[in-house]
Write a protein that binds this ligand. Structure first.
Ligand code: A2P
Length: 265
């Protein structure tokens, strides 16, 4: 079988801010992935290019969906996103064949509460995980945090989570029997006023995050954590999570937390 990417058709594009957009493409019937994984995405090469530019993208749609959705940054001179930001429905996008990644439920030991810490487009893998019934089967409580620069950058996550209550598959799983939420989205901003402000690292350090979530501080007996954002965010947040005694796991050795960079520039 060829390892060459498949050619898929753009179905839908939505721009949120001048830095962020989401798009969906057709999904080959044979394309399988585990919720939370990423895949290489690219555009057909231009006349000047020897080969197409491909970049890793977390799959934002759930594993049961018949289309694939992605959430992307736009970088004016980015090798891929300078062109990708201009796609419209009907265009061709290249899709890699081998999804991989560590932000998968199997890379964590069983626990009671799942935290997903994200910044910017790092929310993408969690957009997939919050739409997967297995997330709610494995945990009693699911808390996603999304920290961005300004309010416009929260639109994708806020709308997606608000709409989940009407989701035919997980709508009933995101609330407890007593009506309280089983899934919580906690948003914070760093460059604009908002009910909660500050980086995730600061919110963990001061304990403000646990006040807002109504939980105890992280402990490895019950809490499991996934982290996705820029390289610096991941490094700093992982250090903070380790200071609570949690250890980093992987596919081959599940532990208390896992990390992944939101890759594209
Ligand atoms: P800040 O505004 O203080 O830089 P970006 O869009 O640049 O990836 O940033 C997304 C969010 O991640 C911003 O709110 C940003 O805060 C925050 N951030 C950037 N670097 C770090 C870091 N090292 N640790 C935690 N949060 C970070």
């Amino acid at each position: 079988m060829s390892n060459a990417p498949t050619e898929e058709t753009v179905l839908d594009v939505e721009h949120f801010t001048d830095r962020l957009f989401a798009f969906s493409i057709t999904r080959p019937a044979s394309f399988r992935f585990r919720t939370g994984e990423f895949i290489m995405i690219g555009l057909p090469k231009t006349e000047e290019q020897k080969r197409p530019v491909m970049r890793a993208y977390s799959i934002a749609s759930p594993a049961w969906d018949d289309k694939l959705e992605f959430y992307s940054i736009k970088v004016e001179d980015g090798p891929l996103t300078s062109r990708l930001q201009k796609i419209v429905s009907g265009d061709t996008v290249l899709l890699g064949r081998k999804p991989v990644g560590t932000l998968v439920l199997d890379a964590l030991l069983p626990g009671k509460r799942l935290w997903m810490f994200s910044t910017g487009t790092g929310f993408a893998p969690f957009a997939s995980l919050v739409r997967d019934p297995e997330t709610y089967e494995r945990y009693d409580e699911v808390i996603v945090t999304h920290t961005c620069r300004d309010a416009g950058e929260l639109e994708y996550s806020q709308r997606l989570v608000a709409d989940l209550i009407n989701d035919p598959l997980v709508g009933e799983m995101v609330v407890n029997a007593d009506g309280s939420p089983k899934l919580k989205l906690i948003t914070s901003l760093t460059r604009e006023d908002h009910p909660l402000t500050g980086r995730i690292t600061t919110l963990l350090d001061t304990g403000k995050l646990f006040d807002v979530a109504g939980t105890e501080p992280l402990n490895k007996g019950m809490d499991r954590v996934m982290i996705c954002g820029s390289k610096d965010m991941i490094g700093d947040t992982a250090k903070m999570v380790e200071s609570f005694g949690l250890e980093e796991g992987s596919n081959s050795e599940p532990k208390h937390f896992v990390v992944e960079k939101s890759f594209v520039g």
